[in-house]
Design a protein around this ligand. Structure first.
Ligand code: DLL
Length: 433
């Protein structure tokens, strides 16, 4: 059995990691200054030159990059290499505005796949595993990233991509897949379908899942783990920074280790842009220190979370990020109250529902309305009006105490909310239309 574990770097001391980051940062800032006129102009406007950047301690002097910069510079304005040196693009689904197109040299692909291989290894993967990659392949980074990581680990890779659920199950069962990679909402759907087919956790050969690309609650993790009989690991990343594998969970399941030899993480206050001390909740900002073709410096992710350097029982020393609550863009402001869809999910799952729900926000007579539609599970399905009303009341009370806000709750029949094969669409905000 072979493990793709890079103990020397993954368990390096804080001083070693800082030294690696400083050395790479100095080079990266010079690279960007010389090759990316768009960012050089931003540096000039801030009065910073590469000579001012001597170590990670100088990071705060550099200007931020945001999604808006990507939009303005689209498509080639942030390229750090000649096109002839680039071998691939990947792109986001473009749900929030213009598509992001990210570029890769072969070196960038190698380091990205390396990050994904570390994630698979942390979930217990070795060259003896059969790894089914059910993230979408194509422009989305999920499929190609985990596919490359799985190869590096030496797993037998099953590139099913997303969709065609019964065929997915056939491959899991026939090939005795041991690791499943897909979005948590698709994992939940696969579990639901397997149950319908009479497959229980003891029949399913899977032992681990590597689930990410969207916010998911601890309650959803427990549900998936129970249905599939696996340990479910979180994985985080974004197209701008390569894709999945920027951070990943280990056996401790206490936050995701950020691959700090490739990415420097900061938490900032999204309003004042001030860097916050360790442990504070704020917006995650990343500097990719060795990406060549698309070298993001101080990229504002919009993801809200915390960082911790507390010792991890797995032995890895890289800083850990908590589960992102969702993007600050996903945060709903309803009657002046900040609401994250993940808070609503927690209330629903704590009350025995599955993560099949939709949040509909509207504005009626100048007042925001919040309508949560949630499916009854087959076990609780009833047409007894009194029973339904009681169940709805329990959820209304639960949401009131979680959010401090009165929501309308509608219980709907099992299977009436569309399932997702990729990132689930949980929120319909009619106020913007
Ligand atoms: O979702 C990359 C990815 C693929 C990550 C597969 C993990 C697994 P984008 O489509 O560019 O890239 O979306 C990035 O998704 O800024 C977060 O808001 C959200 N996101 C990604 N992973 C997680 C996670 C991929 N584990 C955006 N938990 C990010 C919560 C996540 N949100």
């Amino acid at each position: 059995m072979e493990r793709y574990y890079q103990e020397e770097i993954e368990c390096a001391s804080y001083e070693t990691i800082r030294a690696i980051q400083s050395e790479k940062l100095v080079k990266q800032v010079r690279h960007v200054w010389d090759n990316v006129p768009y960012y050089r102009k931003k540096m000039e406007e801030k009065g910073v030159t590469p000579d001012d950047i001597k170590s990670v301690d100088d990071l705060h002097k550099l200007p931020f990059l945001s999604k808006n910069d990507l939009r303005v510079a689209y498509p080639y304005g942030l390229l750090g290499k000649d096109l002839k040196d680039c071998v691939r693009i990947q792109s986001t689904s473009g749900t929030t505005g213009k598509r992001v197109v990210a570029f890769y040299t072969q070196h960038d692909i190698d380091l990205w796949e390396d990050c994904c291989a570390r994630a698979i290894t942390a979930a217990g993967g070795t060259n003896e595993d059969v790894c089914q990659v059910s993230y979408g392949y194509g422009l989305f980074t999920g499929g190609p990233g985990l596919n490359g990581g799985s190869h590096k680990v030496g797993c037998l890779t099953v590139p099913t991509s997303s969709g065609n659920t019964d065929r997915q199950i056939m491959f899991i069962m026939d090939l005795q897949a041991t690791i499943l990679c897909c979005t948590p909402s698709y994992a939940a759907y696969l579990g639901e379908r397997m149950k319908e087919l009479g497959l229980g956790p003891d029949d399913i050969p899977l032992k681990a899942g590597i689930f990410g690309a969207e916010a998911w609650s601890e309650e959803m993790r427990h549900d998936i783990e129970k249905t599939l009989g696996i340990k479910a690991y979180d994985i985080y990343g974004l197209t701008e920074l390569s894709g999945p594998g920027v951070a990943f969970e280990c056996s401790a399941q206490q936050g995701m280790h950020i691959n700090e030899d490739h990415f420097i993480a900061e938490i900032i206050d999204p309003d004042t842009l001030e860097v916050l001390p360790e442990g504070s909740e704020g917006e995650l900002v990343f500097t990719a220190v060795d990406k060549e073709a698309f070298p993001m410096i101080r990229y504002r992710t919009r993801d809200i979370c915390t960082l911790t350097r507390e010792k991890c029982s797995c032995g890895r020393t890289h800083v850990r990020m908590g589960k992102p609550k969702g993007r600050s863009d996903d945060m709903l402001i309803i009657r002046g109250v900040n609401v994250f869809p993940s808070q609503i999910e927690t209330v629903l799952l704590n009350n025995g529902y599955a993560a099949n729900y939709q949040i509909i926000v509207d504005r009626v007579n100048n007042t925001d309305t919040l309508d949560v539609q949630v499916e009854m599970t087959p076990e609780m399905f009833t047409d007894n009006v009194g029973e339904i009303a009681d169940r709805q009341r329990v959820l209304v009370d639960g949401l009131k105490s979680m959010l401090g806000l009165k929501a309308k709750v509608s219980l709907v029949a099992p299977k009436s909310i569309a399932r997702s094969e990729g990132k689930a669409v949980r929120v319909i905000d009619k106020r913007k239309i």
